[in-house]
Design a protein around this ligand. Structure first.
Ligand code: PLP
Length: 431
């Protein structure tokens, strides 16, 4: 089987032709499609993460913040990693108790609002010395968490690596004495510690940093919980490896036992994956709108693009693309550059791997106008991280295929009027 055939069979397994046609006819395209059985299987794999002395998995909801998905994961026992106080509110609106939400954010509210969050039970993870001060000011004497930038990181590209000296995420590891000084000044008890090295990380670097993190935990005798972040890489394209959670967990379990033997402290483990839970449980269903050619390339223009799949133009991320022919006419294989619908040269769906400045053609089934197209691996950082409303395209809807095959709409397509609802027109422009 060629890699292209493998890719097609993966996408075919994701959704069969009849279901794809049914969704396209009833909901329209583009549309995000998620599969409940895969979401549940991924959640179960996370819940099975090996651990020595207790374990709390958090779902990094930035990956996909749809309320149905939040509810599904929470019902299965996952708690929440939120990246803004708005995400905190959104999780609470989905019925998730405040105590099950940890806020790890570049920007946290200050003063009264911060106090309110803490009083509600939201766990705040101090990601800078100033945040630590802010927490100390509103709730002196409280128990808190600190995020350390471990100085070593890894991501699927440079821009998703959060563990190095050019990254602003977390408190630089050399500043541990400063953390102690501020905590001491406000009587804060550091009972939780957190590191996160990036998204799409190399499992070996994740393990190395987990060991480093245990080293910092020895510096803080009150630490009872160590959160080792998310970042577990998943293979979207054929040949790309998905992180073996059992292997990572087993290594760390042994390290926690060693830590206990040398310190007498039994640390509770937390992890907070986003990508792992949702990436391959989602796809964008789209349609071929046009086929155009220059002297050198044939292009497929499809009705999705950077509006639904920003990470492709942003990172040069690679996503599998599969044509579902609208008819049964014989088709050969063909090479195409696939482009999105936006009036933007950079709206390409087939960037060159490692070089988002260039596009490369991909070999796929010959396509015709009206065929359906599935862009796979689109459950994470797509609906939640889209270039919403560029060219005034309304936001795409989301559907969930249940374990029984029933399709539920879990977010409606936006109306044009909703794009305009916050605009104000001064009197003199009204005629
Ligand atoms: C603090 C934190 N935790 C967890 C995650 C989830 O990462 P991933 O989706 O790669 O698992 C992120 C994403 O960058 C993050 O910043």
């Amino acid at each position: 089987m060629t890699s292209e055939q493998a890719r097609e069979s993966t996408a075919k397994q994701f959704i069969d032709k009849e279901t794809a046609i049914c969704i396209a006819e009833n909901i329209g395209t583009p549309v995000y499609v998620y599969r409940e059985d895969l979401l549940r299987a991924n959640a179960q794999a996370v819940l099975n993460f090996p651990n020595a002395f207790g374990f709390t998995p958090r779902y990094a909801m930035k990956a996909n913040s749809n309320g149905t998905i939040l509810r599904l994961f929470n019902q299965m026992g996952l708690q929440i990693d939120a990246s803004s106080h708005y995400e905190v509110m959104r999780a609470m609106m989905a019925g998730i108790p405040a105590e099950q939400i940890q806020l790890t954010a570049q920007l946290i509210p200050r003063g009264k609002k911060l106090e309110e969050l803490i009083t509600m039970g939201v766990r705040i993870n101090a990601c800078s010395l100033s945040q630590l001060e802010d927490i100390g000011k509103v709730t002196p004497g409280s128990e808190i968490s600190v995020r350390i930038n471990p100085g070593t990181g890894s991501g699927h590209c440079n821009r998703t690596n959060t563990g190095h000296e050019r990254s602003s995420f977390g408190i630089w590891y050399d500043l541990v004495p400063k953390i102690k000084e501020i905590a001491g000044r406000y009587g804060l008890r550091i009972s939780r510690m957190h590191t996160h090295i990036g998204s799409g990380s190399d499992p070996q670097i994740w393990k190395d940093v987990a060991k480093l993190s245990l080293g910092w935990a020895t510096e803080f005798p009150d630490v009872q919980t160590l959160n080792l972040g998310g970042g577990f890489k998943v293979g979207r394209m054929p040949g790309e490896k998905t992180t073996d959670l059992q292997d990572c967990g087993q290594t760390i379990r042994d390290e926690f036992i060693d830590f206990y033997q040398s310190t007498g402290r039994q640390l509770h483990l937390e992890i907070e994956p986003g990508t792992y839970l949702v990436a391959n449980a989602g796809a964008v269903l789209s349609r071929v709108e046009d086929v155009v050619s220059t002297d050198i390339w044939d292009f497929l223009k499809i009705d999705t693009g950077m509006t639904e799949l920003t990470r492709i133009s942003m990172y040069g991320a690679q996503h599998p693309i599969t044509i579902i022919p609208k008819d049964n006419s014989p088709r050969r294989q063909a090479d195409y550059i696939v482009v999105g619908k936006c009036c933007e040269t950079g709206d390409t769906m087939t960037p060159e791997p490692g070089n988002p400045e260039e596009s490369v053609s991909r070999n796929m089934l010959q396509a015709r106008r009206g065929d359906l197209v599935i862009i796979g691996g689109a459950g994470a950082y797509c609906a939640s991280m889209s270039t919403k409303n560029y060219n005034s395209f309304p936001e795409a809807p989301e559907v969930l295929i249940g374990v029984d095959g029933k399709v539920d709409l879990i977010r409606e397509r936006e109306e044009l009027s909703e794009l305009l609802r916050h605009e104000k027109v001064p009197e003199r422009f009204i005629r």
